[in-house]
Design a protein around this ligand. Structure first.
Ligand code: FAD
Ligand code: NAG
Ligand code: NAG
Ligand code: NAG
Ligand code: NAG
Ligand code: NAG
Ligand code: NAG
Length: 509
């Protein structure tokens, strides 16, 4: 593909999905309805911010430093996550974090931890009364060519990681969209184009460096702190502040990619082809795909990725009989391919996720549900900028097997073929939040009911696509929840991360 076709490629996606790259942001701010624990909590957080400011100087940004404060508190993909923390800490090294955590614990002040800020759930990685720890300055990437290991910091975006690896013609099991943060994606398990082959992002980590509640900096790997190592594979922000990740790399560079756009009336045929793709015996693990059903915008966008420079691989045969209205296909590096997908630039987002087994009747029913006449779809479409997209992510049984081979994770994934199906809604105005939240919740419940009726529903909930009102860690099963509690008692006996880090998915009682 030449340079010119790249831009056509990305323009197709932009136009068809209708996710226009509008100049953001409209400085809409969520009016704060949440006042923490009232005035005394606010006063104590303010006092702690002053104390931190004299201790750490420029690392602490107070609201009085209006410009930097606003830039950082609003530095998020979705405006639903913009908040007004009492102050923002921008640590540059682990010793800054050690001092921060000791002070926050001593003063009993709530805090939030943010890496790339790409969770749209309002308080996952931000806070109103309390301190936001923004990991932006933890963004270095190093590559050890002899060991073929990459080490990178959580505040880096995936684009930074892949750019650093490009000169070596290697890649790693990482995120699929360049602007997303390393930290949250990895701690929530992490789905990659390499996952069918090598497991989830967390399964590939060989070492996590974390700052614990007592301020110590530890490595967690298969030999040292092995229980913490396991807990961090899916345990999110409940154990410590992640400061560095080390993973192996793979010599995958040139790949085959194709984006095909279909009209909404072809949706039933496309989902049937998805079913065939997932159930063909001995599925080729180098084949990966994502299917976006853009219900509000009458289009279906299929992205095919084959991790070798092979034209029209056999694995995607079920799709070749369908005629797209537009398509772009070519050989390029995996990084170039992923960089073609622009970050959708609508200002407000929410999502929900379901997990189910491949089932042809269920797929047909979901395809009927995701049409303009369904009330929830109509409701979201009627909002300014209202967009609803269902995303089917096929997960091969090998994802669970590769995870086991890598030492196991907390997720309790069954070694069967499955689909992680996310519903994503976007809209423009804060006034429409309640309508959008209610519509997507209702649509999610309908899909859950259809999956149950088809006896295809699976218990697991994928954290990275989950709404905050879905209980992700419960879905790992009682045994793993108990084990997580036991590990928490060892590394964080005062339950600092459970109690003071209020946002994100917590370990259920
Ligand atoms: C456009 C887009 C594409 C996406 N593509 C993928 C994909 O390909 N694969 C995939 O798996 N997911 C994907 N996601 C989902 C993504 O993984 C989650 O949104 C994830 O939370 C983003 O990570 P972040 O660092 O940007 O998040 P943040 O919002 O910064 O953090 C999310 C959570 O992780 C915690 N956390 C973050 N950093 C740390 C840290 N250093 N220490 C302790 N806790 C921390 C936060 O407290 C918060 O609870 C995508 C999201 C978007 C918006
Ligand atoms: C804390 O500081 C914020 C911003 O400076 C201010 O709006 C708020 O009133 C303060 N809280 C208290 C209790 O003084
Ligand atoms: C990477 O691949 C390019 C193009 O195939 C080649 O020119 C270059 O020598 C390779 N670099 C390394 C370090 O292997
Ligand atoms: C998963 O699907 C593949 C085909 O993609 C099939 O060969 C395999 O038997 C299935 N595995 C399980 C455990 O269902
Ligand atoms: C998607 O379609 C809806 C109408 O159904 C429209 O309001 C919205 O603007 C479209 N999305 C974008 C980003 O253009
Ligand atoms: C979660 O549920 C609560 C209570 O129903 C609701 O107010 C809130 O908006 C929901 N959050 C999201 C992100 O959907
Ligand atoms: C929507 C929005 O404001 N996105 C911003 C989130 O933060 C990144 C990194 O600073 C910006 O590039 C985005 O524009």
């Amino acid at each position: 593909m030449d340079k010119n076709s790249y831009s056509i490629f990305s323009r197709f996606i932009m136009v068809s999905i209708g996710l226009l790259a509008v100049a953001l942001p409209f400085l809409y701010r969520l009016t704060i309805g949440y006042s923490g624990n009232g005035t005394s909590a606010s006063a104590s957080a303010n006092a702690t911010c002053e104390q931190l400011s004299s201790l750490l100087g420029a690392v602490i940004i107070l609201p009085s430093d209006a410009q930097q404060y606003t830039t950082l508190s609003d530095e998020n993909w979705s405006q639903t996550a913009w908040k007004q923390p009492s102050c923002i800490a921008l640590p540059a090294c682990t010793s800054d974090l050690q001092q921060l955590i000791k002070t926050l614990v001593a003063q009993n002040v709530p805090f939030a931890i943010r890496s790339g800020g790409h969770s749209p759930n309002p308080f996952d990685a931000n806070i109103d009364t309390g301190v936001l720890i923004a990991m932006d300055n933890f963004n270095t990437v190093t590559y050890n060519t002899a060991q073929r290991l990459a080490s990178f910091a959580p505040g880096a975006r995936w684009n930074t990681v892949y750019t650093a690896l490009d000169p070596y013609n290697v890649t790693l099991v990482g995120g699929r969209v360049m602007d997303v943060g390393v930290g949250g994606l990895t701690l929530g398990s992490g789905l990659s184009y390499l996952s069918d082959l090598y497991g989830l992002v967390c399964d590939n980590v060989v070492n996590y460096e974390v700052v614990l509640a007592d301020g110590s900096v530890v490595d967690a790997n298969s030999r040292n702190n092995a229980d913490l190592f396991w807990a961090l594979k899916g345990g999110s922000n409940n154990f410590g502040i992640l400061t560095k990740i080390t993973t192996p790399t793979y010599p995958i560079s040139q790949v085959w990619g194709s984006v095909r756009i279909f009209t909404a009336d072809q949706m039933p045929k496309v989902v049937q082809a998805l079913y065939e793709y997932q159930t063909t015996p001995e599925k080729d693990l180098y084949a990966n795909m994502v299917l976006n059903l853009a219900a509000s915008n009458s289009s279906v966008i299929l992205t095919l990725v084959y991790l070798k420079p092979v034209d029209s691989p056999e694995a995607f045969a079920p799709f070749y009989g369908l005629t797209p209205v537009q398509q772009q296909t070519g050989l390029m590096t995996l990084h170039q391919l992923m960089a073609l997908f622009p970050l959708p630039a609508l200002p407000r987002w929410t999502w929900y996720t379901n997990t189910f087994e491949p089932n042809s009747d269920l797929y047909a029913q979901i395809s009927s549900l995701l049409t303009a006449t369904t009330p929830e779809v109509a409701t979201i479409s009627a909002l300014q900028g209202g967009t609803l997209v269902g995303t089917a992510q096929p997960i091969n049984a090998n994802v669970a097997l590769a995870g086991e081979a890598g030492g196991g994770n907390t997720l309790n994934l069954q070694p069967i073929n499955q689909t992680w199906f996310s519903l994503n809604a976007a809209w423009w105005n804060a006034d429409d939040d309640i309508i959008a939240y209610a519509a997507i919740k209702s649509l999610h419940a309908k899909i859950e009911a259809l999956a149950e009726h088809a006896a295809a529903n699976l218990q697991y909930i994928f954290m990275n696509d989950a709404n905050i009102n879905q209980s992700v860690i419960s879905s790992y099963g009682d045994e793993n929840v108990q084990r997580l509690h036991a590990i928490q008692k060892v590394y964080d006996p005062q339950l600092v991360f459970q109690k003071l880090v209020t946002g994100g998915q917590k370990i259920p009682a």
